[in-house]
Design a protein around this ligand. Structure first.
Ligand SMILES: [Ca+2]
Ligand SMILES: [Ca+2]
Length: 137
């Protein structure tokens, strides 16, 4: 076989491999987005008691924490950014942050989007912890 024919065949194979890789990455990303969507909807469809309220100040505080923690402004908060923001002083506080991060991080990209932070990290955590930050009337 001529070298140029071999090279052309090899290039075509490489291009097919690359296309398959992109297709696989796209499929994985789509699966991650679908998992996130399902997790968000599951959390948002949970029934809460009727007598609880969060002040707008508290909600703004949660959102402000996200934007302040996102130091590199990529729209996501990594575990490092979260640790830098909360600066835990003991092992227990450190483990709590890690636990919250792992619970909220659903799509596997190792960083929290605003949805993960707010819906899973705040709303979901509040539900699991008995609405500790809510005002009950
Ligand atoms: Ca960031
Ligand atoms: Ca994520």
């Amino acid at each position: 076989m001529y070298a140029s024919t071999y090279l052309a065949l090899k290039r075509a194979q490489d291009e097919r491999d690359a296309a398959q890789n992109y297709a696989r990455q796209d499929a994985e990303a789509a699966k991650g987005r679908e998992e996130l969507r399902n997790a968000y909807l599951k959390e948002l469809n949970e029934k809460d008691p009727n007598n609880i309220f969060y002040s707008i100040d508290h909600i703004k505080g949660v959102l402000k924490a996200f934007y302040e923690a996102d130091r590199n402004l990529d729209g996501h908060v990594t575990l490092d950014e979260l640790m830098n923001f909360y600066r835990p002083t003991d092992q227990e506080a450190c483990e709590n942050i890690l636990k919250c991060f792992r619970e909220a991080e659903v799509d596997g990209n190792n960083k929290l989007s605003l949805g993960e932070f707010f819906i899973l990290g705040f709303i979901g955590a509040e539900r699991k912890e008995g609405y500790g930050k809510a005002r009950k009337i």
